[in-house]
Design a binder for this molecule. Structure first.
Ligand SMILES: Nc1ncnc2c1ncn2[C@@H]1O[C@H](COP(=O)(O)OP(=O)(O)O)[C@@H](O)[C@H]1O
Ligand SMILES: C[C@@](O)(CCOP(=O)(O)O)CC(=O)O
Ligand SMILES: [Mg+2]
Length: 397
């Protein structure tokens, strides 16, 4: 059992193309974002598991003997390759006083925590007596993969606390990462966390949270993009709340209702991802404007497809309309239904045009900022390497 405190972080993501279609086996392209979720784990002496999730208003504590008793009540074994069963989740809901219908952020976050804590400790040892706090730079439920960043952090911290993976941070180092094999284990458990939160995730978000960089993802097959040019992307949060779980379920219903109509749309989205990958891999590091018309057109086509799939929203239409009036092309990113959109900025887009677009987007009540993409995946940190705001949020300053 771990004797010292640890801090882990995982990035959010932006899906360039392939959201929703990737749930149905199609190709997605996704990149890690420079906004991260941080988790501090301290070994607790008091025989309890304490969790604080300020982002979703959760502060809870359970005695380890109660958790042990709860865990021993499950007949099925826990494993990183097994989905949480309906009975397991019902039992955990009852234990935590969560109603069956609740998809409130705090309910899903608590449920994912309990499932991962019990499942990981059942496979690798005893329920650890720990004190956990999670804080994020990511907006929650906005399409930037906050659920995956949360699940990846939980998996990395709990696996380390149970001794299933090493604690690779050597004395004097500011950050460290795990081995490929350990990252695969973190990714598999994080996927189970995503299952609790999303119902039927594709796994793309937890893969980006684990490995970072820029990935192509299809049916569990993860490939790093050969070369990623410096892309300038404007991210806009419409601030319209939505639930990935509900939107993913809605798309499934539509496909079941109109298979002959929807399946070609999914195939077309997959082709868009592949076309985009070819263009990105052909672009030099600092690309000239000639590559952009194709990328822009792919954004436009995909945005229409996502509307056809029923995951658009008037706020996203507005976002696209406002940026188009400045000659810029946008699409929703993540599950849609509100949340965030991305706008491609060309190398020759003038700073004045970007400022004007930002001003008009803010006037709609949206929040927008330029991002850096391709951030590192799950990372272990020494406390001395953390920025003051993170230290403060993790109650370490
Ligand atoms: N910092 C966090 N602390 C606790 N739970 C979180 C945090 N970030 C995300 N979550 C969980 O993830 C859910 C949001 O996931 P989701 O609807 O998939 O949106 P997204 O992944 O796009 O942000 C929240 O309702 C909450 O349960
Ligand atoms: C819609 C989907 O493709 C991405 C969801 O991303 P987010 O939770 O909205 O950040 C679902 C998935 O891939 O599991
Ligand atoms: Mg999510």
């Amino acid at each position: 059992m771990l004797e010292r405190s640890l801090v882990v972080s995982a990035p959010g993501k932006v899906i360039l193309h392939g959201e929703h279609a990737v749930v149905h086996g199609k190709v997605a392209l996704a990149v890690a974002l420079d906004l991260r979720t941080f988790l501090r784990l301290r070994p607790g002496g008091g025989g309890s598991v304490t969790v604080r999730l300020p982002g979703v208003g959760v502060a809870a504590s359970w005695d380890t003997p109660r958790l042990r008793a709860l865990r021993s009540g499950f007949s099925a074994d826990f494993d990183e390759s097994k989905s949480p069963s309906v009975e397991q989740l019902d039992t955990l809901r009852e234990f935590a006083g969560i109603t069956a219908e609740s998809s409130a952020p705090e309910s899903l976050a608590t449920l994912a925590f309990l499932y991962m804590c019990l499942a990981i400790s059942a496979k690798y040892g005893d329920v650890p007596s720990v004190d956990i706090i999670v804080w994020s730079e990511l907006p929650t439920g906005a399409g930037l993969g906050s659920s995956a960043a949360y699940s990846v952090c939980l998996a990395a911290a709990l696996l380390t606390a149970c001794g299933a993976i090493a604690c690779p941070l050597a004395e004097g180092e500011s950050t460290a990462r795990w081995t490929e094999e350990e990252l695969s284990l973190i990714n598999s458990w994080a996927f189970q966390g995503e299952r609790v939160i999303h119902g039927n995730p594709s796994g793309v978000d937890n893969a980006v949270g684990t490995w970072g960089g820029a990935l192509r993802y299809q049916s569990g097959k993860i490939t790093s993009l050969k070369r990623v040019p410096t892309l300038r992307i404007l991210l806009t949060n419409t601030k319209v709340p939505r639930s990935t779980k509900v939107l993913v379920a809605g798309v499934k219903d539509k496909i079941l209702k109109f298979p002959a109509i929807m399946n070609p749309v999914l195939d077309s989205i997959s082709a868009i991802s592949q076309e985009c990958q070819s263009v990105l891999e052909a672009m030099p590091g600092n690309p000239s404007p000639e590559y952009y018309p194709v990328l822009e057109e792919l954004f436009d086509i995909n945005q229409h497809h996502l509307n056809v799939m029923g995951v658009g929203h008037p706020s996203l239409d507005r976002l696209c309309h406002v940026t188009a009036s400045h000659g810029l092309h946008s699409k929703l990113t993540g599950a849609g239904g509100g949340g965030c959109g991305i706008t491609l900025l060309r190398p020759d887009t003038s700073p004045l045009a970007v400022e004007a677009a930002k001003r008009d987007l803010c006037a709609c009540g949206f929040e927008c900022w330029e991002t850096n993409i391709g951030a590192p995946g799950v990372t272990l940190h020494s406390s001395s390497s953390l920025k003051a705001d993170v230290l403060h949020a993790l109650s370490m300053s």
